[in-house]
Ligand binder design. Structure first.
Ligand code: ZN
Length: 363
């Protein structure tokens, strides 16, 4: 036990340590195999892959779901009509939340975290959390390629989302149909989770509950940043966005994942290689980046056939990350959503980066 582990107090990190694959050695992978823990949807253990339970393993039945705000006795029920100012400065008045269509996965997650999931009648295909609820709701397609007809067919009394929702013509049609359309900003910053939570809670007429959830998420982000401060030798982290062999991109600066990597105490190897936003992966980029760890989305890793498939990408096997098979795979809404679980995702990354750093003294 390191002093850091003994003194650690973050509940998110505690939960993670209990349930997560720790470390990167083969011994660790063997241990998990022995425990019979299914680490991927195919049931095959993803050797040396960090797959935090909070995103892909079932939570023990006894544990309450993270970040769900309960009604406090005496607290006001939803107060309507409610008015919000959208990301373009327009006032939107909401008179009923009986039928909510949510346009983005992060916004859907926030509605559920606020305890208002029962009012949701439609979600987009990026809505994957909470999984058991979002799976069964009518789906309006992907957030950036919505059709107004699909949304309006659900007879919403409120359509709510963030600026990733589109196209603009579809949003204009929804507005023209007279349905309240509440769209919030969604900048790739660590302030975004609390901002979006407050916006959604205001629109739903439950500002106090929003305040409590926002404060809780802010506290989790702050404690994850404390964990990150203990990463004294920041690992070089290469984020790859993968959809099989067709789409393979590297994240540079001005991306949400850059914010996450940096805040968790890592160095974004894509940014260090001079990449702005996303660029196609090439052997030159891999050689320039020399990552200590590769960060991917769970679905992306599956799309290339797990860690073995990933390491067949030219150049990757020869990097420090490839030689040690150091791969972190996280669910995409969890890692990139800037939502109620962002503090937990940050804590996962900071803990992983800390685990890597002491083993290698970097020049
Ligand atoms: Zn969003």
């Amino acid at each position: 036990m390191t002093p850091w582990r003994r003194n650690r107090r973050s509940p998110a990190a505690e939960r993670w340590l209990r349930q997560m694959v720790l470390g990167f050695s083969l011994a660790c992978a063997a241990l998990l195999t022995a425990c019979g823990t299914p680490l991927s949807s195919s049931g095959a253990p993803l050797a040396a892959t960090i797959v935090p339970a909070s995103s892909s393993l079932p939570t023990p039945a006894s544990a309450s779901p993270p970040n769900i705000i309960e009604f406090v006795p005496g607290e006001a029920e939803p107060q309507l009509p409610a008015t919000v100012v959208d990301y373009q400065g327009a006032q939107v008045t909401i008179t009923s939340i009986e039928r909510i269509v949510s346009l983005n996965g992060d916004i859907t997650e926030i509605i559920f975290a606020l305890g208002m999931g029962d009012y949701v009648v439609g979600v987009d295909s990026s809505a994957t959390y909470p999984p058991e609820r979002t799976k069964t709701l009518p789906n309006i397609g992907y957030q950036r390629r919505l059709s107004a007809e699909g949304v309006l067919a659900l007879n919403p009394t409120l359509v709510i989302g963030d600026e990733a929702a589109g196209p603009p013509e579809a949003l204009a049609q929804i507005r023209a149909a007279g349905v309240p359309l509440a769209i919030t900003a969604d900048p790739p910053t660590l302030e975004a989770p609390a901002q979006k939570i407050r916006f959604v809670a205001q629109a739903l007429g439950i500002p106090q509950r929003g305040e409590r959830l926002a404060a809780q998420v802010e506290a989790e982000i702050a404690s994850a940043r404390d964990l990150a401060n203990r990463v004294t030798n920041p690992p070089h982290v290469l984020f790859l966005y993968l959809r099989g062999t067709d789409v393979q991109q590297v994240a540079g600066v001005r991306t949400p994942v850059d914010v996450m990597i940096t805040a968790a105490g890592g160095l974004n190897a894509g940014a260090e290689a001079g990449i702005v936003e996303f660029k196609p992966l090439s052997p030159e980029v891999v050689i320039a980046a020399q990552p200590d760890v590769i960060l991917v989305l769970t679905k992306g890793l599956e799309s290339v056939g797990g860690v073995d498939g990933l390491l067949t990408i030219p150049g990757l096997a020869d990097t420090p990350a490839g030689k040690q098979r150091r791969v972190i795979a996280l669910d995409d809404l969890y890692l990139l959503g800037m939502g109620p679980r962002t503090g937990q995702a940050l804590a996962d990354l900071a803990t992983a980066f800390y685990e890597i750093a002491p083993q290698e003294k970097r020049p």
